[in-house]
Design a protein around this ligand. Structure first.
Ligand SMILES: [Ca+2]
Ligand SMILES: [Ca+2]
Length: 164
């Protein structure tokens, strides 16, 4: 039982429905910086764009109304999860970070082992230098050796200025 055949499967990874929830919940939480359980129009737009949704602002606006049934100015986590689960095309178009993190998160529980991340990056041909190791340590806030998908996303959101 070699692992050599599993590489393509890893890249083709699309979470099954129950596993989606961990990833989708993490995405919502990463953008919900004030942790009040809601995202406003700007936040949901930025989140979808960040995750790879390539529609223009008007299309995201239509999407926003579809997500929250035009009832309020905020989207809840349940609304976010529901719209993605019922829209395979949208799920696919926002899968960029899910696929990347999924290559490090072997059991797809929303956490990746730092040593696995280092190993996979090397396998992909990246040099894992001291600065990167330091970064992994910073992302592992509770120092249990694992980096969460939430923290991974929030770090990238910060770097790209999506949280300001
Ligand atoms: Ca919020
Ligand atoms: Ca940790």
């Amino acid at each position: 039982m070699g692992h050599s055949e599993s590489k393509n499967d890893t890249y083709a990874y699309h979470p099954a429905k129950t596993e989606d929830n961990v990833y989708l919940r993490s995405e919502f939480r990463a953008m919900d910086t004030d942790a009040d359980g809601t995202l406003n129009r700007k936040e949901i737009t930025r989140l979808l764009m960040f995750l790879g949704y390539d529609g223009d602002y008007d299309r995201v606006e239509v999407l926003f109304r579809a997500i929250n049934n035009n009832r309020s100015e905020h989207v809840t986590m349940d609304e976010y999860i529901a719209v993605l689960e019922h829209n395979p095309d949208l799920m696919k178009r926002t899968s960029r970070m899910r696929v990347i993190f999924g290559t490090f998160d072997d059991n797809k529980n929303g956490f990746a082992d730092k040593s696995v991340i280092g190993m996979r990056l090397k396998q992909m041909g990246y040099e894992v230098n001291e600065a990167m190791k330091k970064k992994f340590d910073d992302l592992d806030e509770n120092k249990d050796g694992q980096i969460s998908y939430v923290k991974f996303l929030r770090n990238h959101l910060e770097i790209k200025g999506f949280l300001s």
